[in-house]
Write a protein that binds this ligand. Structure first.
Ligand code: BGP
Length: 479
């Protein structure tokens, strides 16, 4: 059966994030962000969070791939591929270097004016994330990040400033990138990048995470309301990491545990789409004795600040199995009892490659939320080889993207799922968030930059560049 064609206005593009692509970490008045104080990881350990920028340490985000200066040539390459949109983020610490100022940094605002103007030169729509793991570091050291209710005000001031500044240049917004990662509350990296939190000895990390998460969903809801008063045409989305959790067997306890794992991952999108907490979660707070600071005004904001669409990243799927422990029926933590799914292959970083999981997820979210969906990240990290003639034969990336786009198209044309666009990760090689490495490459454009910061920063088109160019030109028909 030949697939029906995609809508003519389907938003084909590519994605990056400011802290992973821009570099220029201290240029134009920018303040330190949480990304700027993390070192690169070794192959088998997490990135280290340092107390500020330490001498003689290597910080991969400080220079990244110098998009801050090279963006005109890069946007031209995106246009050569035929991009209809380009997803990036606004580095919060370019606009409010400390985070708690009242007046914004004009040089930071002017940079994004120039970037969005460059995109519009080629009729490329910006898709802009407000907070993509980039909180000003001063908000961490002075207020504890989203431990503090005050950070809601700092975030909404930042949101209002950029909504007003770019009201005629940006239509598509996302509030917090992968806000649900922090269910993985025992990973210091996740809490630090999502919420600027550092758990102290003796603290209950789970309670701290849920409190910060509450302040973030409230901040998101207030930002949505502000956005719609500034420009009723704004489309503001939530953004979650979508990794479905399958039951390891058909044992009822496994099936129920997988269901609760999905609920625990996606209560964030439940709240941002439906405007209220699910009862199982508020009961859980009570059972665990979490005495969270949730006010009636917060709940009113959640009700009034629901999103217009749901953006999400898709890389992999998980499987989970209940242990024999009677109390262990629920999985509230990303790493709880996950098991390897023997029916899907893994990437070199152990990410389970499951294209059909994307079609499953699109149907799951459509059935649950009945909102337009936007795939704002999808891709495979790999060690690419640059040949002597500056080619990269990344057939593995073409295969990955092919299989996932194929499943997306089936969800759209066979299952009727409304998908707004597809911006694979990443438009160009950038710094890997979890590893801080440049050698974990996702781009369809190669950047000559190595993990030790060496390299010419020259850009080269990979085989996947030309393949994706044909996919876009045919609106997804020539896969
Ligand atoms: C997602 C982040 C992206 C990007 C991507 C790839 O979690 O939203 O910023 O980093 O993962 O993962 P990584 O870079 O860790 O390989």
């Amino acid at each position: 059966m030949t697939k029906k064609t995609l809508p003519a206005d389907f938003l084909w593009g590519g994605a990056v994030a400011a802290h992973q692509v821009e570099g220029a970490y201290d240029v134009g008045g920018k303040g330190l962000s949480v990304a700027d104080v993390m070192t690169a990881a070794g192959t088998h350990d997490e990135r280290r969070i340092t107390a500020g920028v330490q001498p003689n340490e290597f910080y991969p985000n400080h220079e990244a791939v110098d998009f801050y200066h090279q963006y005109p040539a890069d946007v031209k390459l995106f246009a050569e591929m035929g991009f209809k949109c380009f997803r990036t983020s606004i580095a919060w610490s370019r606009i409010f270097p400390q985070g708690d100022e009242v007046e914004p940094n004009e040089a930071g605002l002017a940079f994004y004016d120039r970037l969005f103007d460059e995109c519009h030169k080629y009729h490329i729509e910006p898709v802009v994330t407000l907070s993509h793991f980039e909180m000003p570091y001063h908000l961490v050291t002075k207020y504890g990040g989203f431990r503090s209710r005050q950070t809601i005000k700092f975030f909404t001031r930042f949101a209002q400033t950029v909504f007003e500044r770019y009201r005629d240049k940006v239509t598509y917004w996302l509030t917090f990138n992968e806000i649900n990662n922090q269910i993985n509350y025992d990973r210091a990296f996740t809490l630090f990048t999502n919420s600027g939190i550092q758990v102290q000895p003796g603290e209950n990390a789970e309670a701290v995470m849920y409190q910060a998460s509450h302040y973030e969903v409230v901040a998101s809801a207030i930002a949505v309301q502000i956005a719609h008063t500034i420009n009723p045409d704004f489309q503001v989305g939530a953004m979650v990491a979508f990794s479905p959790v399958y039951p390891a067997t058909d044992k009822p306890r496994d099936v129920f545990k997988a269901q609760r794992a999905m609920q625990a991952r996606f209560w964030y999108s439940d709240v941002q789409v439906e405007g209220q907490y699910p009862t199982w979660l508020t009961n859980y707070f009570e059972t665990k004795g979490f005495d969270l600071d949730i006010t009636a005004a917060d709940l009113a904001n959640l009700r009034q600040g629901t999103v217009d669409y749901l953006g999400f990243s898709y890389y992999m799927s998980f499987a989970t199995a209940a242990t024999d422990d009677e109390d262990d029926q629920f999985s509230y933590n990303e790493t709880d009892d996950l098991v390897t799914n023997q029916f899907v292959p893994q990437s070199a970083w152990g990410w389970q490659v499951d294209p059909q999981g994307l079609r499953y997820g699109l149907n799951w979210m459509n059935d649950r939320y009945h909102l337009p969906l936007f795939i704002v990240e999808n891709g495979i990290g790999a060690i690419d080889q640059l040949t002597a003639t500056h080619e990269v034969h990344d057939q593995y990336r073409i295969d990955y993207l092919h299989d996932h786009i194929d499943q997306m198209e089936l969800a759209m044309t066979e299952d009727g799922v409304p998908v707004m666009g597809y911006t694979p990760w990443s438009a160009i090689d950038i710094v890997s968030a979890s590893t801080g490495q440049l050698s974990k490459r996702y781009g369809v454009i190669y950047v000559d930059r190595n993990d030790d910061g060496s390299g010419s920063l020259a850009r080269y088109r990979k085989d996947s560049f030309y393949w994706y160019q044909r996919v876009i030109a045919s609106n997804g028909a020539d896969l």
